[in-house]
Write a protein that binds this ligand. Structure first.
Ligand SMILES: Nc1ncnc2c1ncn2[C@@H]1O[C@H](COP(=O)(O)OP(=O)(O)OP(=O)(O)O)[C@@H](O)[C@H]1O
Length: 448
C-alpha cells in the first residue's frame, strides 16, 4: 500500500464559495448516568450521538445528511441550532461563533436559521389557528409594522408553501399531513431565513405528496437563494434535491461529495453499502428504512478505529495476509462475533440434537464453525481453519480471552486499531477510510 493523498478534512472551507455555516469538531454526548456496573453492562454511560463532525454549508446550496436511523442526524441538526447544548466543538454562522449560545443570545439568529421537523402535526399547536401560528414568530422577531402587515406576510408564506391565503383562519387538525408540513414550511419561510434545517420533512408523507413538497422546496430554494441542510434516510429523495451529500455513521461523517459524484462514485464502503441497498426500496412495503447486514453497534460503546469495521465488507487484512478479501472478511467477522461474545455455547449445546446425551465440546465447535463462521469450511486454507478451530475450542472450553486473543492476532486489521482521518478521495470528494487513505482510486475495492 502506498500512502499518497493529501490530508484534507471537510473542515477546510472552499474559498471560492461563501460559507454560511462552519461546523468544526462538533460533539454532542448524552450522559445517561447510572452506576459503574451499569456502565460496564452498557446499560448506562454516555451516548456519543455526534462525535467530532466537520462540515461546511455554502450559500445557496442544499447539503443532505444521510445515514441509518440513530446515526445522529437529528442531534447534529439540533446541536447546530443550539436546541441541544454541544459537548465540544464549534459552530460559526456567517463568521459569528454561535456555539452554545443561550436562547436570549440566539434570538437574533433564530430568524435567520429555521428548522422544519419530521412530524408536521406534532410541531403545530392544535389550539392555535394557522394565522396565529404564523404571525407569532413574526411579532417576536419584530417583522411587520402592524397586525395587518404581518397577516399579509403570513398569507404570502402560505401561498409560497403551496397553500391558500384563506387557510389563515383554520386549525391544524383541518389539514392533511402533507398540508400540515406545508404549514411548517410556511412558518419557517415567513421569517425569510438564510438557512433552513429540514429534518426528514417528507418522510411521513405519501410518495406523491413528498414529490410536491420537495419540488416546492427546490423552487423556493432557488427563488430565495436559501441554504439548506436536508436530513434524510431515503437516498432517492436525496438524489432529487441535494447539491452535496454528507454520509453519517455512528455519530461521525464518513464521506462528503457532490450528489452525482457520490451516487456514481462512492468511496466509503459504508456509502457503497447504502447505495447498493437503494434498488430494494419498495414504496409498497411502507417502511423504506435502509437496512445493512449486521447489527449497528451502540453509540454508548462504539467500535475502536474505524467505527464501521464491524460491518465493513472491505475491512483491511494485515500485510501478512496472502488469501483473498472474502476469506479475510469471513474470518474477521468470526473474530468480532466471538470477541463480542455473541455466541452462547450453552444455547448451541441445547440446540444440537444428539438423542438423549448432551452435545460434546467437539460437536459444539463443529456447529459453530459451520454456522457462525460464514466462509466455506472446505474452501478455507488449512492454516486459517486451524486457527479458527483452536480458538473455537478455547472459547467452548470457557477460555474466552485466550480465544479472542488468538483470533485478534491472526486476523488483525488497521481498521480496528487506527481511526481514519478525512482525506481527499477524489477531487472535491472526501472520505474517512483507510482504503481511501492508502490505495489509489482504481484499486480500493479489488474484490470487496
Ligand atoms: N436526549 C437524548 N438522550 C439520550 N440519548 C439520545 C437523546 N437524543 C438522541 N439520543 C441517542 O443519540 C443517538 C442519535 O440519535 P438521533 O435521533 O440524532 O439519530 P437520527 O440519525 O436522527 O435517527 P432517526 O433517523 O431515527 O431520526 C441515538 O442512539 C439516540 O438514541
Amino acid at each position: 500500500m502506498s500512502r499518497s493523498f493529501t490530508t484534507s478534512r471537510e473542515g477546510v472551507s472552499d474559498p471560492s464559495r461563501e460559507t454560511i455555516l462552519e461546523i468544526r469538531g462538533l460533539k454532542k454526548h448524552f450522559d445517561l448516568g447510572g452506576s459503574f456496573l451499569d456502565k460496564l453492562l452498557g446499560e448506562r454511560g454516555t451516548v456519543q450521538a455526534v462525535d467530532g463532525v466537520d462540515l461546511n454549508i455554502y450559500e445557496g446550496e442544499i447539503l443532505a445528511v444521510v445515514g441509518e436511523s440513530g446515526c445522529g442526524k437529528s442531534t447534529l441538526a439540533k446541536t447546530i441550532l443550539n436546541l441541544e447544548e454541544p459537548t465540544s466543538g464549534s459552530v460559526n454562522y456567517r463568521g459569528d461563533d454561535i456555539t452554545g449560545l443561550e436562547e436570549k443570545e440566539m434570538r437574533s439568529y433564530r430568524k435567520e436559521m429555521q428548522m422544519i421537523f419530521q412530524d408536521p402535526g406534532g410541531s403545530l399547536n392544535p389550539r392555535k389557528t394557522i394565522g396565529t401560528i404564523l404571525t407569532t414568530p413574526l411579532k417576536v422577531h419584530g417583522i411587520g409594522d402592524s397586525k395587518e402587515e404581518r397577516e399579509e406576510i403570513a398569507k404570502t408564506a402560505l401561498e409560497d408553501a403551496g397553500l391558500e391565503a384563506s387557510h389563515f383562519n383554520r386549525y391544524p387538525r383541518q389539514f392533511s399531513g402533507g398540508q400540515q408540513q406545508r404549514v411548517g414550511l410556511a412558518r419557517a419561510l415567513a421569517l425569510e431565513p438564510d438557512l433552513l434545517v429540514a429534518d426528514e420533512p417528507v418522510s411521513k408523507l405519501d410518495v406523491s405528496v413528498q414529490a410536491q413538497i420537495l419540488n416546492r422546496l427546490l423552487d423556493l430554494q432557488s427563488e430565495y437563494n436559501l441554504s439548506m441542510m436536508f436530513i434524510a434516510h431515503d437516498l432517492s429523495v436525496v438524489r432529487h434535491i441535494a447539491d452535496r451529500v454528507a454520509v453519517m455513521y455512528l455519530g461521525q461523517v464518513v464521506e462528503v461529495a457532490p450528489v452525482e459524484e457520490l451516487f456514481e462514485n462512492p468511496q466509503h464502503p459504508y456509502t457503497r453499502s447504502l447505495l447498493s441497498a437503494v434498488p430494494r426500496v419498495d414504496p409498497r412495503a411502507g417502511d423504506d428504512r435502509i437496512t445493512l447486514e449486521g447489527t449497528v453497534p451502540t453509540p454508548i460503546d462504539p467500535p475502536s478505529g474505524c467505527r464501521f469495521h464491524t460491518r465493513c465488507p472491505a475491512v483491511i487484512p494485515p500485510e501478512s495476509w496472502t488469501h483473498d478479501q472474502t476469506l479475510f472478511k469471513a474470518a474477521f467477522t468470526y473474530r468480532i462475533a466471538l470477541g463480542n461474545e455473541e455466541v452462547e455455547v450453552g444455547s448451541i449445546r441445547d440446540r444440537i440434537e444428539v438423542g438423549d446425551r448432551e452435545a460434546s465440546d467437539d460437536e459444539v465447535v463443529q456447529y459453530m464453525l459451520e454456522h457462525t463462521y460464514s466462509g466455506e469450511l472446505d474452501a478455507t486454507p488449512s492454516g486459517v481453519l486451524g486457527t479458527l478451530k483452536s480458538a473455537t475450542e478455547r472459547y467452548v472450553d470457557g477460555e474466552r480471552e485466550t480465544a479472542t486473543e488468538m483470533l485478534r492476532e491472526a486476523f488483525s486489521s488497521p481498521c480496528v486499531d487506527e481511526h481514519p482521518s478525512m482525506v481527499e478521495a477524489l477531487d472535491g470528494h472526501v472520505a474517512a477510510c483507510h482504503r481511501v487513505d492508502t490505495e489509489a482510486p482504481g484499486e480500493r475495492y479489488p474484490d470487496a
